[in-house]
Design a protein around this ligand. Structure first.
Ligand code: OGA
Ligand code: MN
Length: 288
């Protein structure tokens, strides 16, 4: 082992001590980080403020980052900016600004890009400006949620598919937020309700705010099932809540984790996190 690992939650998550992700990593370091990612689902690195170019370079150790959806401020770039600051004027954005409304959807538990067919392998989020209070990001493991289900419930869920859609999740916060062109940009995607990690074969649920209903099940029944599973997965004891400090970088596995933003006083405090997102591939979707 090159690195020391410090656990963050009994179910998942480690802080990796003694590495600087703003510098090029050796093949052995990359291997160890990738192995820790598959096992622990969330990796925290602290103490090394990162810029966009270096975040992009670090992200590429996990895969080629996707271009972000045009609904976000930084749409069309490799970054998905999570911020209440106007990048043009550096002033705080008004509450009713489109970006603030779009971003408010992040307080719902979700897996990034589950509305895309490819889903996402992982997101990499770095803290550039942080709040003195509030504005934590919370995480839960859908692997732990799966493992806690009785065998007969597991059996009933295997082989099911959910439909995930950004139109669905944004409609929950503000109908008509997306333009017609944006709605067409990303049609709904179909994902197995139970995912299998291709490296260690561990299974997890695959839920979140973009999941609108379950295929081949009456819509309301499917939605009730999704709600019930989400409640089980996100009980208080299952949550790791991260209080950001400048220089923190978190990588999480979108195949088996859910996350959400928590509120802060957006009229008083500045917050800027930058996210890169690596897409998944068909092997994440194995239905067994
Ligand atoms: C994200 C996200 C939550 C937050 O970057 O994908 O959901 O706390 N962020 O900003
Ligand atoms: Mn997110």
């Amino acid at each position: 082992m090159i690195f020391d690992l410090h656990p963050l939650h009994p179910n998942f998550g480690v802080e990796i001590l003694g590495t600087d992700v703003t510098r090029p990593l050796t093949a052995a370091q990359i291997r160890e980080i990738r192995a820790a990612f598959e096992t622990h689902s969330l990796l925290l690195f602290r103490g090394h403020p990162i810029d966009d170019a270096r975040q992009l370079a670090f992200s590429k150790y996990f895969g080629e980052p996707q271009i972000s959806f045009s609904g976000n401020q930084t749409g069309g770039t490799h970054f998905s900016r999570q911020s209440n600051i106007d990048p043009e004027t550096d002033a705080l954005l008004p509450l009713d600004h489109k970006q603030m409304v779009y971003q408010s959807g992040n307080v719902m538990w979700h897996s990034d890009s589950s509305y895309r067919e490819s889903g996402s392998l992982c997101s990499i989020l770095s803290a550039r400006e942080v709040t003195p209070e509030g504005g934590h990001t919370e995480f839960v493991s859908q692997r732990a949620a799966w493992e806690a289900l009785p065998a007969e419930r597991q059996q009933a869920l295997e082989g099911r598919f959910a439909i995930h859609s950004i139109v669905h999740s944004r409609n929950l916060i503000a109908p008509n937020l997306l333009t017609e062109a944006q709605e067409k940009e990303i049609p709904a995607a179909r994902h197995a309700l139970v995912k299998v990690n291709p490296v260690n074969r561990r299974k997890s649920l695959f839920l979140g705010a973009h999941a609108s209903h379950i295929e081949d099940m009456p819509v309301e029944e499917g939605q009730a099932l999704l709600r019930e599973l989400l409640e089980l997965a996100t009980r208080k004891t299952e949550i790791y809540s991260h209080k950001w400090e400048i220089g923190d970088v978190i990588v999480w596995d979108n195949r088996c984790m859910l996350h959400r933003a928590t509120p802060f006083d957006v009229t008083r405090h500045r917050r800027l996190l930058q996210r890169t997102t690596v897409p998944g591939d068909a092997s994440d979707h194995a239905v067994l």
